[in-house]
Ligand binder design. Structure first.
Ligand code: SF4
Ligand code: SF4
Length: 329
């Protein structure tokens, strides 16, 4: 994918008093495990260090983006609700998980997986209302997304959030109709959960050098939502489709990121060594360009139809090295 007319990294926005570094809030460089703290987008009402930039982001957004945000906020009033008195018992968690995934796909999900909600997927000071997470991914229109980092792509991003949110809401309603509590999470602003660690553990994809997820089916060209529930369901596990094999040598996202916010090497973040985005460099450009998204669209995995063949080639290349020598009898 080729980029065109990429805006400069000079900013119209400036703080009177520079806020605390977002990298510090995120725990960049920390080798001890701790939970994440809210730093920018926030749907929980907390006053955040970078709030002024988030407000500025809202003011400059295109009316079509705002239209999707408002519609999503309105539909999310249904994220929780009454549970049917008669409960459908679950005797086979694998069969129940398969039925829930079928329902999610029937509602329009492109990706779906199930996992346990663990502490690393909860923001500091927040609790999960239910222990199990159904993670949902929805692909974006690739043609629209080739217009990153411009308004046309931003409109598609918010359309996708509105749609994936609708799927999560209807899935949660379906589960409540079966007699099990369920709450939908379809807000692109941070709530109490972190979608990426949940979705990785649920097998939707792997973390890429650009700090976003990469799925075999859609690369990074998708958006996430989730449903948390008490319904007993069989869990999925993390997948390995070869992302690491490419990311260790590829630099496409690093080269194309205008403010140089991506690292060549993994970084320590809250006790885990992983790919990380320099928040303080990325966010001003992200806001200036209505959500940027250059890094996820230039990634070779995001090229439509490329992922499955790429994964097959990468995994086949590994085979000789992983062959074990015959044991002496
Ligand atoms: S979203 Fe952030 S990290 Fe990605 S290309 Fe844009 S500025 Fe760089
Ligand atoms: S562009 Fe290359 S390095 Fe960056 S996430 Fe994609 S595969 Fe990994």
């Amino acid at each position: 994918m080729k980029l065109y007319d990429t805006p400069s990294t000079e900013y119209a926005f400036g703080y009177h008093e520079t806020p605390r570094s977002g990298n510090g809030i995120n725990g960049h460089g920390e080798k001890t495990k701790r939970r994440a703290s809210h730093v920018f987008h926030n749907a929980t009402g907390e006053k955040l260090a970078w709030r002024a930039l988030d407000d500025f982001f809202s003011y400059i957004n295109d009316w079509q983006v705002v239209r999707y945000i408002l519609a999503n906020t309105w539909q999310l009033r249904r994220q929780d609700g009454p549970v049917a008195r008669k409960r459908e018992p679950v005797e086979d968690t694998a069969a129940a998980a398969a039925a829930i995934k079928d329902k999610a796909r029937e509602l329009g999900a492109g990706l779906v997986g199930i996992t346990l909600v663990t502490e690393d997927a909860l923001f500091e000071g927040h609790k999960a209302p239910h222990p199990n997470a159904i993670c949902i991914g929805l692909p974006m229109d690739r043609e629209e997304m080739t217009h990153v980092p411009h308004k046309r792509a931003a409109i598609e991003v918010m359309r996708a959030y509105h749609e994936v949110s609708r799927i999560a809401l209807e899935l949660a309603e379906h589960i409540r109709d079966l007699g099990w509590p369920a709450k939908a999470y379809g807000n692109p602003n941070s709530t109490e959960i972190l979608h990426i660690p949940l979705a990785i553990r649920a097998g939707l994809g792997e973390l890429g050098k650009h700090g976003s997820m990469i799925s075999k089916e859609y690369g990074s060209n998708f958006r996430l939502a989730a449903v948390l529930t008490d319904m007993p369901l069989a869990f999925d596990g993390p997948v390995d489709h070869g992302v690491e094999d490419i990311c260790l040598n590829c630099r496409r996202c690093v080269i194309d990121c205008p403010p140089d916010a991506l690292f060549d090497n993994k970084q320590w973040v809250r006790g885990v060594e992983r790919w990380y985005v320099d928040f303080d460099k990325c966010l001003p450009y992200f806001v200036k360009t209505y959500g940027c998204a250059i890094c996820i669209e230039v990634c070779p995995w995001s090229e439509p139809g490329r992922g499955p063949a790429l994964s097959e080639t990468l995994l086949a290349k590994r085979k000789p090295a992983s062959r074990q020598p015959n044991k002496p009898s």
